[in-house]
Design a protein around this ligand. Structure first.
Ligand code: SAM
Length: 245
């Protein structure tokens, strides 16, 4: 029986189905016993990004080999809307914010991009992945956004599927208002592109504007920080074309 009112959520990268026992990896066991401090008989909600969500109970708390019993199916799997984020990594905490907020706001794929003025020394895909998992657990998502290894902007454009619109967040003010542009493209595969602290270079803007699948859009008259632009653009996209409708 549950001893907690709101059981914590945990992403597990293993198949889930009712009436099974799971022996967890040492890392996950450590997390459950030492970080979450769950005791025998306590409940936890598990999801794996494919099989939906299950209520589980800790049958054997152990620092290296915790055992869970999968008791009850709670919710069927539902994927986030088909919206991708292309972003130029910024400083560590600000990038953390981007990953967290993009996950909460329902992004399905995150593609870090090196641009001319990107000034993040290292791009830690594994760290991004851990952050996306944590945010998905917190916000009750049933999937975790896919994180793609960093690529240059030129490479991304070269291999881009022309059927997926890239909405270029363009602070020059020349583009259509983002909300209008998102509304007219509702139902089509799309991605949001946000530049680094220093913005895009002139060459990059020229290259982007030449692509038939790129649409420059504006987020208003003020220059937003990259992380604010990500959150604002995604909120507008969800309201205009995503699952906030
Ligand atoms: N160009 C400025 C600079 O040199 O610092 C600002 C870049 S801004 C901090 C980072 C990114 O946020 C921009 O490349 C753009 O994608 C997005 N952005 C910021 N304000 C925006 C706005 N009002 N409309 C559209 N995009 C914006």
């Amino acid at each position: 029986m549950s001893k907690t009112k709101n059981p914590p959520r945990l992403f597990l990268d293993v198949p889930l189905s009712e009436n099974r026992e799971l022996t967890l990896s040492p890392d996950t066991s450590h997390y459950i016993c030492n970080v979450m401090r769950l005791k025998q008989g306590e409940n936890i909600i598990c999801f794996n990004g494919a099989d939906g969500e299950y209520l589980c109970a800790v049958t054997l708390p152990h620092k290296k080999q915790t055992v869970l019993r999968i008791d009850r199916f709670l919710r069927p799997f539902a994927a986030a809307p088909d919206i991708w984020l292309l972003f130029a990594p910024v400083k560590k905490e600000r990038t953390d914010y981007i990953i967290e907020k993009a996950t909460e706001l329902g992004i399905s794929k995150i593609l870090p991009v090196y641009t001319a003025y990107t000034n993040a020394e290292t791009v830690r895909t594994e760290r991004y992945r851990a952050q996306a998992v944590e945010a998905a657990e917190q916000c009750r998502r049933l999937d975790v956004p896919e994180i793609i290894p960093v690529q240059t902007l030129t490479n991304i454009l070269k291999n881009w599927d022309i059927n997926r619109i890239i909405f270029l967040m363009d602070e020059s003010g020349g583009g259509q208002p983002a909300l209008e542009s998102f509304q007219t493209a509702a139902g089509k595969p799309a991605a949001i592109l946000v530049g680094p602290e220093g913005g895009f270079s002139e060459e990059e803007l020229l290259l982007l504007r030449r692509q038939p699948f790129v649409r420059g859009v504006s987020l208003g008259p003020r220059i937003l920080r990259a992380e604010t632009a990500v959150a604002a653009a995604l909120a507008l996209w969800q309201a205009a074309a995503g699952d906030w409708k």
